[in-house]
Unconditional design. Structure first.
Length: 334
C-alpha cells in the first residue's frame, strides 16, 4: 500500500493499522484485553503478527504489538507479507507488516494538518455499540478528539544529504459517569488520552553505490482511567490510574550495491517502557465502601496492581545478496 493510497482513503486518526483491514487476508482482531494488537493475518492470533520499520524490529515483547505506532505522515509504503515470505522475515509463523519510511529529496516539501472530531452531539449517530479509542478501550458519550501535525523533507546538500521530519499529536477527551444514588452522587468524571509521535530520518549518499540512513522514532502515550464507568460506576477519581507507553528507536542502515552484489549492515537500539497502571494515589490503600445491605457504593485509593516494565533491545543485521544471471543467492545473520 503506497503513501498516495493511504492519503486518499479515510483512516481513523491517521493510524495505519486501521488501513490494513482493506488488504487481502488481513482482518481486525478482537483481543482479550483492550490494548491487544488489532491486526490479524490469515485469521491467526494477532499477538503473532510481526511489525518492522525499514526491515528492522518494532515489536514489544510483553503482550505483543508495536513499540512505536508510526503515523501515516512518516510512511512511504506498507508491505503485508501473509505467506511464503523469505527467511529474511523470520521470528514469526504468522504474517509480517513492514513499513518503509519516507526520505527527503532535492525539493523541499511538506504538509501540515489539523482535524477535530467534535463528539456525539455533532457527528456521531446513535448506536447501541460502544466505540473504542486508539488504545482499544471503550468510550461513549463525551468522546472528542483533536489532532495536529506536520512533516517536512528536503536536502541539506543537493544530491548528497537529505532529511525528513514528522511530528503528530493527538488529544482525546472522554467522560465517565460516577453514579452512587445512596450518596446522592451523579456526576461526570472527565479523562483524557495523549499520543505524541516524533520521527526523523537523515540520508547520506557517500557515492553512487553506498548510502547510509539514520532514523529516530520517539513515542509518548498517556491513557487515563479516571474512575466512574461508561454507564455509571462507583470508582471515585482517587482510585483512578493511567497507562504510559514510551518508546524510542534509533537505527543506522548502510547499503552498498555493486553490479552483481548487495550488502546491507544495520544496527538498531530500542527502548520501550510500559507502565500499565500508574495509580493516582500510589501511597494509599484501596478501600471499598459498602452500604448496610452489602452493596459496593465507593472504591477509593490505589488500584491494587503494578505493571511497570522496561525493555531494551539491540539488533544487528548483516545481509548479502549475489545476483548470478537468473539466480539470486541470499545470506545473512541477525
Amino acid at each position: 500500500m503506497h503513501r498516495k493510497t493511504l492519503t486518499s482513503i479515510p483512516v481513523e486518526a491517521r493510524d495505519i493499522t486501521r488501513a490494513l483491514y482493506r488488504l487481502p487476508n488481513v482482518s481486525q482482531a478482537t483481543g482479550f484485553y483492550p490494548e491487544a494488537p488489532n491486526v490479524a493475518i490469515n485469521g491467526a492470533n494477532s499477538l503473532f503478527t510481526s511489525y518492522l520499520i525499514d526491515g528492522m524490529d518494532n515489536n514489544e515483547r510483553f503482550l505483543g504489538g508495536m513499540k512505536f505506532n508510526i503515523p501515516i505522515g512518516m510512511v512511504e509504503n506498507i508491505s503485508v507479507l501473509t505467506n511464503n515470505f523469505s527467511t529474511e522475515y523470520g521470528n514469526t509463523a504468522n504474517g509480517v507488516v513492514n513499513i518503509t519510511t519516507r526520505t527527503g529529496t532535492n525539493e523541499l516539501h511538506g504538509e501540515a494538518f489539523y482535524l477535530t472530531r467534535p463528539g456525539p452531539s455533532f457527528i456521531d449517530a446513535a448506536s447501541p455499540y460502544n466505540q473504542r479509542d486508539l488504545s482499544g478501550n471503550f468510550v461513549k458519550d463525551g468522546f472528542m478528539r483533536q489532532q495536529a501535525g506536520f512533516a517536512v523533507g528536503g536536502a541539506l546538500k543537493k544530491d548528497k544529504t537529505f532529511f525528513y521530519i514528522n511530528a503528530e499529536q493527538t488529544w482525546d477527551s472522554k467522560d465517565n459517569l460516577l453514579n452512587v444514588p445512596q450518596l446522592g452522587i451523579n456526576t461526570i468524571v472527565p479523562g483524557s488520552n495523549n499520543f505524541t509521535y516524533l520521527s526523523g530520518k537523515l540520508t547520506h549518499l557517500w557515492s553512487d553505490r553506498f548510502r547510509s540512513n539514520l532514523r529516530i522514532n520517539a513515542g509518548k502515550v498517556f491513557i487515563e482511567r479516571q474512575g466512574g464507568g461508561l454507564d455509571g460506576g462507583v470508582g471515585f477519581p482517587s482510585s483512578g490510574n493511567r497507562q504510559d507507553r514510551n518508546s524510542i528507536l534509533i537505527a543506522s542502515q548502510n547499503t552498498y550495491v555493486a553490479s552483481n552484489f548487495k550488502s546491507e549492515t544495520n544496527i538498531q537500539y530500542s527502548r520501550f517502557r510500559w507502565n500499565y497502571g500508574a495509580a493516582n494515589n500510589p501511597a494509599s490503600p484501596q478501600v471499598t465502601v459498602q452500604d448496610p445491605t452489602g452493596i459496593n457504593i465507593a472504591v477509593l485509593g490505589h488500584t491494587g496492581y503494578i505493571f511497570d516494565e522496561t525493555e531494551n533491545t539491540i539488533q544487528l543485521q548483516q545481509k548479502f545478496n549475489w545476483y548470478l544471471n537468473k539466480h539470486t543467492i541470499q545470506a545473512g545473520v541477525e
